[in-house]
Design a protein around this ligand. Sequence first.
Ligand SMILES: Cc1cc2nc3c(=O)[nH]c(=O)nc-3n(C[C@H](O)[C@H](O)[C@H](O)COP(=O)(O)O)c2cc1C
Length: 158
Amino acid sequence: MPTVLVVYDSKTGNTEKMALKIAEGAKQVGVNVIMKRVEQAKIEDLLRADGIVFGSPTYYGQMSASMKALIDKSVEVHGQLEGKVGAAFTSSGGTATGAETTLLSILEAMLVHGMIVQGDPHNKHYGAAAVGPPSDKERRSCNKLGERAARLVIKLKK
Ligand SMILES: Cc1cc2nc3c(=O)[nH]c(=O)nc-3n(C[C@H](O)[C@H](O)[C@H](O)COP(=O)(O)O)c2cc1C
């Protein structure tokens, strides 16, 4: 069964709530889902996954330092994440206060790895974003992102 890895950083729990919904959405499609806080994630976890979803709080319009540290460490396996599915999510304190730049900073790193990032023409185009504790609508959008990432993994595995 293909595996989707959800790695997140969260100091006050908002991004974690999003991570849980993303994992739920991916599971619904029938993939194996592994969830890890960023401090627990190992480079081997990235290697084993078919799809990787990174979530970070928005810090000064960028991902958190802990998430960036994991990404920088992934240089150890540069070239080996090519072809894996990637997606991103973030929790911010406001609207238009850095969420999109945070999502794009994560997606940029994924593209540098040669990963496959799917946009969304209908909803949040760059990934899931929520302001503070995710609302019901934002939770549904997280669920959908998990589902879409998992569906793409399955499609590419065929
Ligand atoms: C160091 C720091 C920098 C932050 N920078 C931003 C920012 O640039 N834009 C924003 O909207 N919120 C910013 N915030 C607010 C967080 O993104 C927000 O509280 C988020 O929901 C925290 O997620 P968490 O509960 O998963 O830790 C910042 C918070 C901290 C602690």
